[in-house]
Design a protein around this ligand. Structure first.
Ligand SMILES: *Cc1c(COP(=O)(O)O)cnc(C)c1O
Length: 330
């Protein structure tokens, strides 16, 4: 499969204009002082539905043919992709079905229902939920849109990179979250397409960093999924990964891994110093700077990618209580 290019991303940006927010970039006084170069925060956690996932979902949904739109879309994500897909489908007047296991907490379920999607509760694991997705594709003709390994999803996430390099044209370094790699692939393709000298570093939690393990192994590998404060970064990259593994291998300049305490410090800093409420995944760029794991000779852009965190868990973390690794996701 060919990789997603700057042209794809520019087309996506036009396609989703008016459907997603253009989020602001602000200078962080404290992080700039700490690093000795300007540090800009891209406030994408303020995006509609609370994460950048709306960009990929909106682009993928808008790219469907009329016949596909009539059939509707389906996914097994209980997190930010599920929310984004539900919202994007509603905007197009389409049917969306989100499949999840019986173990998913009630508040998540309600959140997705409120966005207008049908919720199917099946079995006791994500695997069983995915089997229901496969059944709906085979028997009812729904179109599956996966959370990262799809060209229209990657191109949509890449629109974030276009905005970042427009807002900070002299960026020397960009810090971007890394899980399945749809975000990092799209952002890196956009930024390197416009500004080849800008470095892109992916940031993950140390607990279960599937893309890092896969890049080290030279092929997609399975890693044990462990609870983490950066719950939106959990999960594998797919052993049959078609797109994001190669793009991350070719485009990223490095990967930084963080401990749970470092991630908690990132959430706290975002709140206390930047006055921003972010989820664990959203805070990892800030956390990497605070932990002294990144240096730069020029301006840095740090992506805040999402804010969907349970507010009780957030309160406990900003109060400095030991983070409980369960039940913190909104
Ligand atoms: C999905 C997600 C990520 C990671 O994106 P990938 O494309 O899977 O690498 C980062 N932050 C938030 C808030 C997310 O929802």
């Amino acid at each position: 499969m060919t990789q997603v290019t700057l042209e794809h991303i520019r087309a996506a940006h036009e396609r989703i204009a008016g459907k997603v927010e253009r989020t602001p970039t602000v200078l962080s006084q404290t992080l700039s002082e700490g690093l000795g170069v300007p540090v800009h925060l891209k406030l994408e956690h303020r995006q509609t539905t609370g994460s950048f996932k709306l960009r990929g979902a909106s682009n993928a949904v808008a790219s469907l043919s009329t016949a596909e739109k009539a059939r509707g879309v389906v996914a097994a994500s209980t997190g930010n992709h599920g929310r984004a897909l539900a919202h994007a489908a509603k905007l197009e007047g389409m049917r969306a079905v989100i499949c999840m296991s019986r173990l998913v907490p009630e508040n998540k379920l309600d959140g997705i229902r409120r966005l207008g999607a049908e919720v199917r509760i099946i079995g006791n694991s994500q695997d069983e939920a995915q089997q229901e997705v496969d059944r709906l594709v085979a028997q009812e003709g729904l179109v599956m849109l996966p959370p990262f390994d799809h060209p229209d999803i990657v191109a949509g996430q890449g629109t974030l990179g276009l905005e970042m390099i427009e807002q900070v044209p002299d960026a020397a370094l960009v810090l971007v979250q890394l899980s399945g790699g749809g975000l990092a692939s799209g952002v890196a393709a956009a930024i390197k397409g416009v500004s080849p000298g800008t470095k892109i570093i992916g940031v993950s939690m140390a607990r279960g960093a599937a893309m890092k393990a896969s890049l080290d192994a030279g092929r997609p590998v399975l890693v044990e999924e462990l609870p983490t404060l950066a719950d939106s970064l959990g999960g594998g990259i797919g052993l049959d990964n078609r797109l994001t593994f190669a793009m991350c291998r070719d485009l990223l300049d490095g990967i930084v891994l963080l401990s749970e305490d470092e991630i908690a410090a990132g959430i706290r800093h975002a709140y206390a110093r930047e006055r921003e409420i972010v989820e664990g995944a959203g805070a990892v760029g800030i956390a990497a700077l605070l932990a002294g794991k990144v240096r730069s000779d020029g301006p840095v852009v740090v992506l805040l990618s999402g804010r969907n965190i349970d507010m009780d868990a957030h309160r406990r973390i900003v109060c400095g209580e030991a983070p409980s690794l369960k039940e913190h996701a909104a």
